[in-house]
Design a protein around this ligand. Sequence first.
Ligand code: SF4
Ligand code: SF4
Length: 324
Amino acid sequence: MAQKQVQRVRIAIQWGFLLFSLYLGATFYRFVLHFRSGGATPFVARPDGVEAFLPISALVSLKGWIASGAVNTVHPAALMIFLAALLVSLLAKRAFCSWVCPVSTVTELFWKIGHKLFGRNFQVTPWLDWMVRPVKYLLLLFFLFSIMLMMSPERVNTFILSDYNKTADVKMLDFFLHLSGTPLTVIVTLLLLSVFFRNPFCRYLCPYGALLGLLSRLSPVKVQRSESACVSCGSCNKACPSHIDVMHKERVCSEECIGCLRCVSSCPEPEALQMRLKGGKVVSGMLVAAVVLVIMVGASVVGRATGHWHSAVEKSEYQRLITK
Ligand code: SF4
Ligand code: SF4
């Protein structure tokens, strides 16, 4: 597949996941509305995929799974989707961030608009970038410390079975439906910043991305440059949303590489820049797309087949929890 077409495929997959997320959100809204309206609106089945938006619950579930060997029955889909994102990062860098995550899709749209408006995106000064970039790791450390280290198996169990966790998805929906004050200001600020800078939320604040980035160091594939074929045109550096100095690297080993392949697509020399396995074998963009799709869709298929997808929370319990 021509390198340029890889970007069309990536964007199509990104937007496919974004639209699917919106569909899940709308369906989940109708599910909640049924209970809140006292049954005046029709009942729709709760879409389990909405649990993709419960990363903290997924991390607690992971701890519970490691401790007991059992997948919890409250939000099993959250754990399956979380494991899928980890697996994508282990195999194909942070491709989850650039091929799947709806937040990244929206911010990418914003910085592309900014690029059209100003003819360029801006870059945070190196010292400020260096100072702010650790924030996402500190947030990750906080979650890993308080959940993976400090929570006992009993507390994990109590949390998983709590009413709070059972309605974490409803709280998330309400959060977005009633955005105001500080959360609204933060989101609008981040979106505005995204017009000027590339992916500021992913680069500085997202603990999910930080975790995937650290795991991606173990990935067997990396963007690799051939010194002899490279003509030092700088296109790869300009294309990289993570501001990696691809042009002067032999192999891009950075945890900031989100596996978007924009550098590869922008390279005018066919042999100069490729995603490659450690042994040198080229990994095509189409293969990256296939890995991402198979793992993300496969999580749902495997979850359903093994009984780890549908929540065991009964309709009558949702009735009690949502209307209380
Ligand atoms: S190095 Fe290439 S694949 Fe990695 S983030 Fe930059 S443009 Fe994307
Ligand atoms: S885009 Fe390709 S040819 Fe140009 S500097 Fe990067 S690797 Fe070298």
